[in-house]
Design a protein around this ligand. Structure first.
Ligand code: CTP
Length: 403
């Protein structure tokens, strides 16, 4: 899955011959799962039609502050466009536009949007070689980068003038890869490894029966996805769960019992930076597992249970620099019970769910959490979808790691 999946890309096109390549660029962004809006300088419409770009982007294309042909004369709000975008790309970026961007001129919609955008801005220069080499262009390129804009350098090759040299806009595939790589390298959990447990455990009674619980694994899987989306390599140790996950950074390790989960966690823990244990691990298991299916009898059946190992506590005992996060599902004295768990299990953070909160808990799609840190600072969150809750949890962790 591309990091551009679900991202909002604002493509600004200026009047260079390379504008004809932006049709391919829009298609590549759409293929990678991005949503694309296009704004053009008026002169760029001589090189490629807005109809082509609106058809490919599935969005209206704007080049003026209001559409004269539109009887309602709707104002194309440059501030809204700038705020809408997760990234803005100006490609091709001509010498003229680069110079205006440097000086803060905004005599067209594209330039006004550039000036008001708060997102990362990439630009791909394209011009003839002598223009590219000109000190004023060099100075624009330097200034724009010093403002925090990201340049996708022009390449060398045959130019529209027939001359050969530097000034060709990077190819659309290379522009998209450049942006993907740049975004990946800036993810806050890039290079971090995360161990995560999710789902229930099943404790065998005999070859066909087990003791289990209603945990769906939804919360843990959502956390895995949220962490991977921020660049973490995730080792997701999952008990039996119907949840599915497809992400190149998530490695799924399927286990069944508490002991399997314990073994898997100890296998990975030394190598990770963060461990989040969200699984609903069985606290007890049958002391003796019958090797044959237990036959029905008239008398009542007693199964002796013994405690399972507390995985979270065992990791708390051996942890070095890892950030260790536990979950607590409580029905009463929630905060004080959660705080006791922080101390007992040597945690850095605990995510508390109260079963008294409507919409919190095992099977549903929503959750309501309070995160408590080891200094007992509490942060409460609203009832949200588990995907949103997962993002909140990961954001708290990112903040902790950056301190
Ligand atoms: N946990 C674990 N291994 C176990 C039991 C629990 O790793 N054998 C982890 C859970 O994944 C969760 C945290 O411990 O992150 C809290 O589990 P919980 O069952 O609420 O805590 P207990 O210590 O078992 O306390 P109690 O049952 O009394 O609430």
């Amino acid at each position: 899955m591309s990091i551009l999946q679900g991202k909002k890309v604002l493509l600004g096109i200026t009047a260079g011959i390379a504008a004809y390549k932006t049709a391919g660029l829009v298609r590549l962004f759409i293929k990678s799962g991005a949503e694309v809006k296009v704004i053009m300088t008026p002169a760029s419409k001589d090189f490629i039609t807005p109809l082509t770009l609106s058809t490919l982007s599935k969005n209206p294309v704007h080049s003026t502050f209001y559409d004269k042909e539109d009887e309602n004369e709707l104002w194309n709000n440059h501030v809204d466009l700038g705020l809408w975008a997760d990234i803005m790309l100006i490609a091709p970026a001509t010498a003229n536009t680069l110079s205006k961007m440097t000086n803060g001129s905004c005599d067209n919609l594209l330039l006004a949007t550039y000036l008001s955008a708060k997102c990362p801005i990439y630009f791909a220069p394209a011009m003839d070689l002598d223009m590219y080499k000109h000190p004023s262009t060099k100075s624009s390129l330097e200034s724009l980068q010093s403002f925090g804009n990201i340049m996708i350098p022009a390449t060398s090759g045959e130019l529209a003038s027939g001359l050969v040299g530097e000034g060709r806009m990077a190819e659309p595939e290379d522009i998209v890869s450049f942006i993907e790589n740049d975004m990946l390298s800036k993810l806050p959990l890039k290079g971090k490894k995360l161990l995560l447990t999710a789902g229930p455990t099943y404790e065998a009674i005999d070859p066909v029966r087990f003791i289990g619980n209603h945990s769906s694994g939804k919360m843990g899987f959502a956390v895995a996805e949220a962490a991977a989306n921020l660049g973490a390599e995730v080792f997701l140790v999952s008990g039996p769960s119907h949840q599915k996950i497809k992400h190149s950074l998530v490695n799924r390790i399927d286990v069944t019992s508490a002991q399997d989960m314990y073994d898997a966690c100890h296998n990975y823990f030394n190598d990770v930076d963060i461990a989040i244990l969200s699984a609903a691990v069985a606290d007890y298991r049958p002391k003796n597992v019958a090797s044959q299916k237990i036959k029905k009898k008239d008398a009542s059946l007693v199964i002796e249970l013994e405690p399972t190992k507390d995985i979270l506590k065992s990791l708390g005992e051996i942890k070095k620099d890892q950030l260790l996060v536990g979950f607590a599902l409580e029905t009463n004295d929630e905060v004080s019970n959660a705080k006791k768990k922080i101390e007992k299990k040597n945690l850095d953070l605990i995510v508390l769910n109260s079963l008294r909160d409507k919409g919190a808990g095992f099977a549903g799609d929503t959750n309501k959490i309070t995160i408590i840190d080891k200094d007992f600072n509490e942060t409460g969150f609203d009832l949200k979808s588990k995907k949103e809750v997962a993002k909140d949890i990961i954001n708290v962790i990112v903040n902790k790691l950056s301190k």
